[in-house]
Structure formats: structure tokens, C-alpha cells
Design a protein around this ligand. Structure first.
Ligand code: FES
Length: 413
């Protein structure tokens, strides 16, 4: 530091001498007492800072279905508005790409599931969110939703959560979205926000579907591309035998296709889709030798089959273990299958454990492993080093491989 800069620094900070500091310190208690004596005796009733924080990050949202639209044979969009009768006056703002964790009571068993918000943040300010949900062949919850959700159904949800959003300070101006099936839903929100907020970036979506009939938002994206060619481009990649869509690709989202439609070294890649697509696309992206920070992946919920991981102890796959759980003031012994997550075992026992992402990412289900052994699937292992050291774990990403004793926090809402 030069002499001139040094002088500037001393003038700016203006430190007091040690003796002045000590004198000031001796007056501290008397001055505080005086302030307390002179203060108003009226209770403080408003807390604007915390009120704003609660509105932006609510623990819970009470929502109500106001409209249901068919998107494809197996996909519906649910429009949700605030349920003021149940205490939610406004919807929380969010970042395009985030999700809601729904809490659904299925015949007395509480199940949580994360669903990406498919509408835009601007639409939340107008008073609604949209969720686009695909009915899964073997999906227990989505069958329940199809049979039971109607206009007027009330739904409990977390506030918007997740890290799958465009961040101009971190991401490139060229965003490549790689989507499979219903993994297109956060990209609808991101595309709309690029247009609504006039964001100076381009979103190119490589959208893989198994059949033309399964493509979600086909016409809507065509319109966006036509009206905003400088911002939105969608390429359909179809794996079925016969395709009749002009300009689409046939097959899967390979490294060659990614290279064909992107400037890969100057792009940020956002991936969202089923686990099988991640497994395939990640190998293809590896061929392009991208930097780690160029790739972002959406948490996709629990993995479907933990026994596919080569390091899972296959000899234990069919075992059932006993888990002693303490949750709130309840202590209970419950059975847990080795091939199902500890979270599922807790839900099956109707203990209503906390959860949001179900992918090991948010930390909301963080619990203490008092004794026993768990298998943590490597792609969902987001535990901090200190948590690993002191035996904290995420039940949504962990599988029992011995009898366990665990302590689980109570769900907040
Ligand atoms: S629910 Fe998010 S880490 Fe378990």
C-alpha cells in the first residue's frame, strides 16, 4: 500500500484510542439502561423484515386447483391459486426452474413429491402456479392424483424450492436445456421467464420423447420460437420408429446431437428428465470434456432401483431390517426394506417425516444415525463433510443395510 493510500485508510476508519474505547465501554450499561427506561411501553406489533421473509419463503402454502388441462394422453396441467380460506393470501415469488414439494394425504398416509413449477414467475405475481404432471404407469401417487384431483381440491405444499435456475453471474448466455419426457416442465418456466423478463440469453432445448404423442407443450413452444427466435429454440429428438415432425432428430440425445445444436464450450447445460436419461446423457456429455460448472442437473426425486448401483451390496437386496426411530416424542420400531429408502420406510409407517426434494439435495430430511449401517447412493450424496463425520444422513438418499437406530426431526407443517 502506498503512503497516500495508507493515509486515506486511516482517515476513513478513524479508530479511537484504547483509552477512549475503555471509557466508552464503561458507559455502555448505563446508556443501555437509559434507552430502556425511555423506550415506549407499547408492545411492538409489526415486524416488516420478517414478514417479508415469510412471504418470500413460506414454510407452507395452501393451494386450491382452479383449472385442469390435458396436455397429452398421460399428462395434465393443474392450475393452482392461493387458498385464502386456509390461510394463504399470496403466492410466493420464485425463480424459474424451482419446484414445489406437495404434501398429499393418500388414504391416511402422507406422501410428499417435488414437482417443477411449469408456469413463469410473472404468472405467480398474477396469482397462479401451474404444475404439469405425467401419469406414471407404476406411479402410486399419480394414479391417486388422476382419480381424485378436481377443480376445487385443496393441496398443501412447501414454498418454492431448488437450485435449478438460470443465474447470470454463474451461467453462460447460451443455455442448453436437455429434457426427457416430463423433464420439460422447468424449461417451460425458464423459457417464459426469458421472454417475460427480456433476459439477454438464449435457451436451446434438446427435448427427447419416445413418441410424437408424448411431446408436451408442442404448439406452445412452436409459438414461442416463432415470436422470439433470438431467445428460444426447441429440437425434438424422438426414439420411435416413425417420425413425421419436420426438423426433428431420430434416436437419442447423443454427444453428436449436442454438438450439432450448441457451441458446447460456451454453453451452460441444464438437464432434467428420468434417471435413465441422466445415465445416458451424462456419458455423452463426458465425451465433450466440459467443465464441471457448465453442467447443472435437476434433482429428480428418488432413484428408481438402487440395486443398479454396482457398489450396492446385492446379497442384501431382499432383506428387511428393523429401524428404531425416535421422532418428536414417539419411539417406534418399524420394518425397512433394503431396496427402499429409509424415508419411504418412515412414510409407510405413517410417521410423517420431513422431506422436500427426495433427492438428497435440500437437506430438509437430515436425520441422525445413532447406530447401524446405511448405503448412500453416490449420485444423491449431498451430505456435508461434517455431517458424514458426525453420522448425520439424508433418509431420502439412504438405504438400510443393517438394523438401524435413528433420530428424525419432526415435520414443521
Ligand atoms: S428430502 Fe431433500 S435431502 Fe432429503
Amino acid at each position: 500500500m502506498s503512503k497516500k493510500e495508507n493515509k486515506k485508510f486511516i482517515i476513513t476508519v478513524n479508530p479511537k484510542s484504547p483509552s477512549k474505547d475503555i471509557i466508552a465501554f464503561t458507559k455502555l450499561v448505563t446508556q443501555r439502561k437509559k434507552r430502556i427506561e425511555n423506550a415506549s411501553s407499547k408492545p411492538i406489533t409489526s415486524d416488516p423484515i420478517n414478514d417479508l421473509a415469510r412471504r418470500l419463503h413460506p414454510e407452507r402454502l395452501n393451494l386450491i386447483i382452479s383449472e385442469i388441462r390435458d396436455e397429452t394422453k398421460s399428462t395434465k396441467t393443474f392450475k393452482l391459486i392461493a387458498d385464502s380460506e386456509s390461510g394463504t393470501k399470496d403466492l410466493a415469488y420464485f425463480r424459474a426452474g424451482q419446484y414445489l414439494s406437495l404434501k398429499v394425504d393418500v388414504n391416511g398416509v402422507i406422501i410428499t413429491r417435488p414437482y417443477s413449477i411449469s408456469s413463469s414467475p410473472k404468472e405467480a405475481l398474477k396469482g397462479y402456479y401451474e404444475l404439469t404432471i405425467k401419469k406414471e404407469e407404476l406411479g402410486f401417487l399419480t394414479h391417486y392424483i388422476w382419480d381424485n384431483w378436481k377443480v376445487g381440491t385443496k393441496i398443501g405444499s412447501s414454498g418454492p424450492e431448488g437450485f435449478f435456475y438460470y443465474e447470470p453471474l454463474r451461467d453462460s448466455k447460451q443455455i442448453v436445456g436437455i429434457a426427457g419426457g416430463s423433464g420439460i416442465t422447468p424449461f417451460r418456466s425458464i423459457a417464459k421467464s426469458f421472454i417475460d423478463d427480456k433476459i439477454d440469453s438464449k435457451l436451446t432445448i434438446l427435448y427427447g420423447s419416445s413418441d410424437q404423442e408424448d411431446i408436451i407443450y408442442f404448439d406452445e413452444f412452436k409459438k414461442m420460437e416463432k415470436q422470439h427466435p433470438e431467445k428460444i429454440k426447441v429440437i425434438h429428438i424422438l426414439s420411435c420408429e416413425e417420425v413425421s415432425i419436420e426438423g426433428c432428430e431420430h434416436g437419442f440425445i447423443t454427444a453428436d446431437i449436442i454438438k450439432k445444436y450448441s457451441d458446447e464450450s460456451n454453453s451452460s447445460f441444464f438437464i432434467c428428465g428420468p434417471q435413465i436419461m441422466y445415465d445416458f446423457v451424462e456419458k455423452e456429455l463426458n465425451k465433450l470434456k466440459l467443465r464441471k460448472k457448465q453442467i447443472r442437473r435437476e434433482a429428480f426425486g428418488e432413484i428408481k432401483n438402487v440395486t443398479n448401483f454396482p457398489d450396492f451390496p446385492q446379497e442384501l437386496a431382499e432383506k428387511v431390517f428393523e429401524v428404531e426411530v425416535s421422532i418428536g416424542n414417539i419411539v417406534k420400531k418399524i420394518p425397512a426394506f433394503a431396496r427402499e429408502s429409509v424415508l419411504v420406510a418412515l412414510e409407510r409407517a405413517n410417521l410423517a417425516p420431513p422431506s422436500k426434494c427426495r433427492s438428497g439435495e435440500c437437506g430438509f430430511c437430515r436425520s441422525h444415525l445413532i447406530s447401524g449401517n446405511i448405503y448412500v447412493n453416490p449420485i444423491s450424496d449431498w451430505r456435508r463433510a461434517a455431517d458424514k463425520k458426525y453420522n448425520f444422513f439424508h433418509p431420502c438418499a439412504s438405504y438400510p443395510i443393517s438394523n438401524l437406530k435413528i433420530s428424525v426431526p419432526r415435520s414443521i407443517s
